[in-house]
Write a protein that binds this ligand. Structure first.
Ligand code: FES
Length: 382
């Protein structure tokens, strides 16, 4: 995830996954927030929304939320050393990270991911796939994507034992709620967040099953670890692209489905969900979601005047990266902020989940998801 590198995508996927839930019945209390707290504080949420909505209109920042406030000591990034690097499947490297002085690492739960700042400055997100009980080591696995954005190649080529990295503390947007019956669906390297979930399901004695689909047996990591949990609860699909019905065939009545994989796999599962006995779907998607209700518009680069047409089904970031390959990005999904640019002229249609009303009013735009109305021209400083 995180965001894992995706074996099935034609281009390097967004390292950070998009998270979501589709509920068919009320199954459980609200899951914890990204930091594992039981739930967000409602009053503070109300105050923040009030501030975002009304303070700019009143010309005074009544309730200013500073997106750039320095991290508290409890949230400060970590500096970790690579302690292990090995190839565990075709084009998949597993990395082990630890504190250089051997200190205990922040706790995490199945589904959590890390944000790594690579030596080049690229930021990439990867799901934790080790054992949460091991507080002295983090494990991630990365699929190499030739011809992608370069993040996975850098991980494979540069991150060898001894290299130090800045790493954000684990966050979790794909929380495992440990329902009594669960079906875990992994596409390729999407196994990484689901492996700790399978271990947790086994530990708790849940009614669980895991389906791992990949393009070939040699390309699928962690098969031995999965089979060691309980071979009767593992289905490996190593040929072809399974249908939604095939993927959901093992769903027990009322089961919660956890799915991590490429967009077509998730779409197939979403389509087949209603006809299955499963009750809910939690998912983590690689890469950008398809553009919905997009219209063609134009981006004009403020420094050169170059005009770039953005088709209805592509993001402005994709188009910008063709013209300026160095344009930074990370999540492709409007929540990391890496791709932020400034709107100098034109009316944007914000579709992100990160920018405050104040930041938008000041011209900030996340071109990986945000767009403009049909025929509009956005003049951007990139
Ligand atoms: S790439 Fe993360 S917000 Fe655009």
């Amino acid at each position: 995830m995180p965001s894992p590198e995706n074996p099935s995508a034609a281009t390097e996927p967004a390292p950070t996954p998009a998270f979501g839930r589709t509920w068919r019945h009320d199954l459980a209390a609200p899951p914890p927030d990204l930091y594992g707290r039981p739930h967000a504080d409602r009053f503070m949420r109300f105050l923040t929304r009030f501030g975002d909505a009304y303070a700019p209109a009143m010309g005074a920042p009544l309730l200013r939320r500073s997106p750039r406030r320095p991290p508290s000591r409890g949230r400060a990034p970590l500096v970790l050393a690579v302690t292990g690097h090995r190839e565990i499947a075709e084009e998949v490297a597993e990395l082990r990270l630890a504190d250089p002085a051997g200190a205990a690492l922040p706790a995490w739960q199945p589904g959590a991911h890390l944000r790594l700042t690579l030596p080049s400055g690229r930021e990439r997100h990867y799901s934790l796939c080790g054992d949460p009980a091991d507080r002295h080591e983090y494990r991630i696995a990365v699929r190499r994507i030739d011809g992608g954005g370069g993040g996975s190649l850098e991980v494979h080529r540069e991150l060898h034992p001894g290299v130090r990295l800045t790493v954000r503390r684990p966050r979790n947007g794909f929380v495992f709620c440990a329902e009594p019956a669960v079906l875990l669906l992994a596409g390729g390297i999407g196994i990484t967040p689901l492996l700790p979930m399978a271990r947790e399901a086994a530990r708790r004695g849940l009614d669980w099953h895991l389906v791992h689909a990949g393009r070939s047996a040699a390309s699928m990591p962690y098969t031995a670890e999965l089979l060691a949990l309980d071979p009767a609860r593992i289905t490996l699909l190593a040929e072809g692209v399974p249908t939604g019905d095939q993927l959901l065939a093992k769903a027990a009545p009322g089961a919660a489905v956890y799915c991590c994989g490429p967009t077509p796999m998730l779409a197939a599962v979403q389509q087949a969900l209603d006809a299955s006995p499963a009750a809910a779907l939690h998912f983590e998607r690689f890469g950008a979601a398809p553009v919905r209700d997009g219209a063609p518009f134009t981006v004009r680069l403020a420094d050169s005047g170059e005009e770039l047409p953005v088709p209805a089904d592509r993001s402005a970031l994709d188009v910008l990266r063709e013209a300026r390959p160095g344009t930074p990005y990370s999540c492709h999904q409007g929540f990391c902020g890496t791709c932020q640019v400034r709107v100098v002229a034109g009316t944007p249609e914000h579709r992100d989940r990160r920018l405050t009303a104040g930041e938008r009013a000041a011209g900030a735009l996340l071109p990986c998801v945000s767009r403009a109305a049909a025929g509009e021209t956005l003049v951007l400083e990139v």
